[in-house]
Ligand binder design. Structure first.
Ligand SMILES: *[C@@H]1O[C@H](CO)[C@@H](O)[C@H](O)[C@H]1NC(C)=O
Length: 321
């Protein structure tokens, strides 16, 4: 297990080490992408404040002679050059791991907005822009893990990433598993979404994404959900796709996977008042007109213990201990 730091419920990050001699970096462990990047030596002002990965000072680095440009769901971009090197998580080392040394970060990755140095993708290789084995698959193919699984606890305290198994102290009961329908993202079908105890949305196509803060759904479904729980479209005031509700009546929303219902606690669902002292609060489920599947991010994932199972190509959820 490695401990994860909670950045105000926005993102969770932890440490990896890269190169020889090994240097420690912090990364956002993102199950919604498949590539690893760190700030490189050519990244000046836009990477300022982050720890730089310099391939020239690592005896195990290799210049792969290619460039990369990555774009993330929030519009953030990063570009740079491709290298391979030794990458270690929780003491397990992946050798010859492809990684990007960035020469440019967009403002979304600036230190003030993104406290981690870089980002480590944990989805399937088919999603890799580098067309390379992601770090966890390299660990598995090099025989470093006892089981081909990893698991997350994302909470306000005691958050952790467990590599090669699960932490039996972090959860209770059995896992409720959903099979991955298309191994690129961790994409599964959620049985249903309940608003105030009433199931209104069924067979919801979604990706399980630790790298996204909120839960994002299609406009039609999200509007239906909020109409049932007393929410109001606040696109004109809070921001496109956001909804509000009375702060003294937080909607009770739960997600059901493989027959088991997991509630989203009021404290994670409620993003807080629209403005200081306002009686209206902002909901953690937002609508997007451009997505084809729901993105189940930390607003939900911080309520459960989640296992990502490469061996059986499925995702499992259990109650937190
Ligand atoms: C930095 O830029 C120089 C000059 O363009 C290039 O030769 C070198 O490969 C770059 N280094 C990295 C790590 O991107």
């Amino acid at each position: 297990s490695i401990p994860l730091t909670d950045d105000h419920g926005q993102l969770w990050f932890g440490s990896i080490s890269v190169g020889t001699p090994a240097v420690t970096y912090t990364v956002d462990f993102d199950t919604g992408s498949s590539d690893l990047f760190l700030p490189g030596p050519n990244c000046s002002s836009t990477c300022s404040g982050h720890t730089i990965y310099n391939p020239l000072t690592s005896t195990t680095s290799k210049d792969l002679g290619g460039t990369f440009t990555l774009t993330y769901g929030d519009g953030s971009t990063v570009e740079g050059e491709l290298y391979s090197d030794t990458v270690s998580i929780a003491g397990l080392s992946a050798t010859g791991q492809t990684l990007g040394a960035a020469s440019q970060y967009s403002t979304g990755f600036a230190k003030s907005q993104f406290p981690a140095d870089g980002l480590l993708g944990m989805a399937f290789q088919s999603l890799s822009d580098y067309r390379a084995s992601p770090v966890f698959q390299t660990l598995v193919s090099e025989g470093r893990t006892s089981e081909p699984v990893f698991a997350f606890k994302l909470a306000t305290s005691g958050s952790e990433l467990h590599i090669g198994g699960t932490d039996s102290k972090a959860y209770t009961g059995e896992f409720s598993y959903a099979d991955v329908v298309l191994p690129a993202y961790w994409q599964v079908i959620m049985d249903s979404i309940q608003g105030n105890g009433h199931a209104s949305l069924f067979s919801v196509n979604c990706i399980i994404d630790t790298g996204t803060t909120l839960v994002i759904g299609d406009t039609f479904s999200v509007d239906l959900l909020y109409s049932e729980v007393g929410g109001t479209d606040a696109s004109d005031t809070v921001g496109e796709g956001f909804y509000t509700f009375p702060c003294n009546n937080v909607p009770k929303v739960s997600f059901t996977f493989s027959g088991k219902s997991f509630p989203i606690s009021p404290s994670t669902f409620n993003l807080g008042p629209v403005a200081v002292g306002s009686p209206d609060c902002v909901g953690g489920i937002v609508a997007s007109s451009i997505i084809t599947f729901w993105i189940v991010g930390d607003v939900f994932l911080s309520n459960v213990y989640t296992i990502f199972d490469f061996g059986n190509i499925r995702v499992g959820f259990a109650d937190l201990a």
